[in-house]
Design a protein around this ligand. Structure first.
Ligand SMILES: Cc1cc2nc3c(=O)[nH]c(=O)nc-3n(C[C@H](O)[C@H](O)[C@H](O)COP(=O)(O)O)c2cc1C
Length: 192
C-alpha cells in the first residue's frame, strides 16, 4: 500500500507559490504515495487551550485526523514579517496538544522552501516549532524550490524542470523514512 503524504501549505493566497509547489508535488507523488493537500487552514479557530478538549472544534478534529492518517507530512510555508505566517503557526499550535500516538510526534516531516528570498527566519521558526512537536525532521528532504507566480501554469502547477526535479528528489528521500518503502519516483518523471 502506498504511504500517505499530507501536504500543508502555509499560505491562504489564491495564487500562492507555496500551494503551487505542493499541488505540483501532489501530482508528482501519485505513483508512489497517496498524497493529500490539507485545505482546512482558513477554517481553524484561533488556538485556545480552553477549546483543546472533547468535543474538539470540527476543523481541529479534521486537522488532527489528517495528521494522524499521514505517514509523512510535507510543508511549504512563506515568511511574513520575518517569521511564520500567523495562520500557519495556528495549525502547528493545534497539533502540539494532540495526545494520539499518530500525532506529529516522531512523524517524519520535511519542508520545501518556495521563497525566492530565502525566508530564513520562517524556516528557523518552523524547525524550532517542529522540535517542540517532537516531529522527526528528514533533513535531506528539506529542499529549496524557489518559485515566482509567473511559473504557475493554468493548471495551478509549476512546470519548471528544476523545481520538479527538487520535488522528486525530496519525495525520494522521504520514501526512505517510511516503511514499507515505496518505489522511489524516477528523476525521469520530473521531465513529464
Ligand atoms: C506583508 C508581507 C510581509 C512579507 N514579509 C516577508 C519577509 O519578512 N520575508 C520574506 O522573505 N518575504 C516576505 N514577504 C514575501 C512573501 O513571503 C512572498 O510574497 C511569498 O511568495 C508569499 O507566499 P505565497 O506566494 O505562497 O502566498 C512578505 C509579503 C507580504 C505581503
Amino acid at each position: 500500500m502506498r504511504p500517505k503524504l499530507l501536504l500543508v501549505s502555509g499560505s491562504l493566497r489564491e495564487r500562492s507559490t507555496n500551494s503551487a509547489v505542493l499541488r505540483t508535488t501532489e501530482r508528482l507523488a501519485h505513483s508512489s504515495w497517496m498524497p493529500v493537500l490539507y485545505r482546512g487552514m482558513g477554517d481553524l479557530p484561533p488556538f485556545n487551550p480552553d477549546c483543546d478538549a472533547l468535543p474538539l472544534p470540527p476543523a481541529v478534529a479534521d486537522l488532527r485526523a489528517q495528521i494522524q492518517e499521514a505517514d509523512v507530512v510535507l510543508f511549504s510555508v512563506p515568511e511574513y514579517a520575518g517569521d511564520l505566517p500567523g495562520a500557519f503557526k495556528n495549525v502547528l499550535d493545534w497539533c502540539i496538544g494532540d495526545p494520539s500516538s499518530r500525532s506529529l510526534s516522531e512523524k517524519p516531516v520535511a519542508w520545501l522552501n518556495a521563497s525566492t528570498r530565502g525566508a530564513v527566519h520562517a524556516h528557523e521558526s518552523l524547525r524550532r516549532v517542529l522540535g517542540y512537536a517532537n516531529a522527526t525532521l528528514v533533513e535531506g528532504a528539506c529542499l529549496s524550490t524557489p518559485a515566482t507566480e509567473s511559473l504557475i501554469g493554468d493548471d495551478g502547477e509549476i512546470a519548471d524542470p528544476e523545481i520538479k526535479q527538487s520535488i522528486v528528489l525530496a519525495l525520494s528521500v522521504l520514501s526512505a523514512s517510511v516503511s514499507p518503502l515505496p518505489t522511489p519516483c524516477s528523476l525521469q518523471s520530473a521531465q513529464q
